[in-house]
Design a protein around this ligand. Sequence first.
Ligand code: ADP
Ligand code: MG
Length: 461
Amino acid sequence: MLEKIKEKWPEILDFLKQELGVTEVSFKTWILPLKVESYEDDVLTLVFPGDTKMTGLRYINKKYYPLLKVAIEETMNQEIELAITLSEDSEETDDYTEDFVSQEEISLENRIKESNLDKKYTFDSFVVGSNNDIAQVTSLAAAESPGEIYNPLFIYGGVGLGKTHLIQSIGNFVLANDPDAKVLYTTSENFTNEVIDLLGNKKNKTSQEDIIEFRQKYRNVDVLLIDDIQFISNKDRTQEEIFNIYNDLFMKHKQIVFTSDRKPKDMEGIEDRLINRFEQGLTVDIHNPDYETRMAILKEKAKSLGYELDEPVLQYMANNFTSNVRELEGSLTRVISFSKIGRNEITVDFAKDVLKDLISPNQEEKITCENIIDMVAEHFNISVSDICSTKRSKEFTVPRQICMYLCRAYTDDTLESIGTLLKKDNHATVSYGYKKIKKEMANDPTIKNTIDILKKKIIPN
Ligand code: ADP
Ligand code: MG
């Protein structure tokens, strides 16, 4: 039997590659080094040679044991017990085994980063309710069979309802399940800025190669995810680039996913031919979550933070934050952090007290500096406390000046009060920030694009 297996070994390896889809790099790393050692008492022993100390044995057993067993049984046409061990002279050190496991994890982490994704957005952490079930199930199907079923997939819905979460989940799912897949996530703002940099006013500085490289980057992917596509309205060059990239990817059966705050038909300032493309596949929407879904989201979020809150507290939040999951989650984190600071027990009264500023009865969505700062912080993915601080790195000073500009332009607050919020004692600093951004908008299309987008976020429509 041993001889027979050895004879058939190349066929078994082939089966792993061809039938079971083990990729070239995994194959070389984990499978090729294995040696057929013995066949005794119906057990076939394979050995992973110990020429290095890093064994990875546990990893092979975890990930490739079932595949190897299937490949051997299919090729030999009989059931076989399998054992994978180390050769005698190798040292099995747990640390190294862990190292090997984490190697693979590190490479996934790198791919996630290269794809511009955030690993926290997964289908596992997405709560499904009647408001989003169709969007969720079609996203999952697109992730499982990229380019094959719904192409493009167009997801639309209001602010804070989980569009970014879903579109990123698609990317993370594809990366985790296909070691060779190339995924690229971008926002339409980011895309527009790239187009501006390349083709805009700096034309003479940009070489043809840069343009080719840019196009290649977007055309060499299996899955292209473009978030918040509504912001390309009235951006002709951007629309043209997207149109061409879209056509190329679509012809190659590559998956394309868009999100937007409204359905294609309702988008203004976008060429008809692009609207047609958006509608070519499947369009799905996400509505406001119903009560049950809001409760489920709160419970899931509390659990992930290591908390279990009383039902009436959760009910209080679910009843008061009805139309935006981000705010719903925000209310929960606020209550939890305040309770930590003051070591308070989390009761309904405590939650009411902590959330009272956020729950103003019969509020008209008034534009306040606080809202603007929140929005800018979120936009730049930095914290409110970093914007409202004296920190001087560019990462914070530019968003802070943008806050100065927007607060000045969209609220009646005085320079003094804007300054106080932003931790600037001298109101001349606010005035300076306002003027600086205003001037930059005239000269730098990237800044202008960012401000345009923030304006649309402040006053949608
Ligand atoms: P959008 O892109 O639609 O404005 P996001 O995807 O950024 O909204 O969602 C806002 C926040 O709410 C994120 O933290 C996201 O994880 C969370 N969220 C939204 N919907 C869900 C859901 N169904 N389950 C879990 N978390 C959700
Ligand atoms: Mg979003």
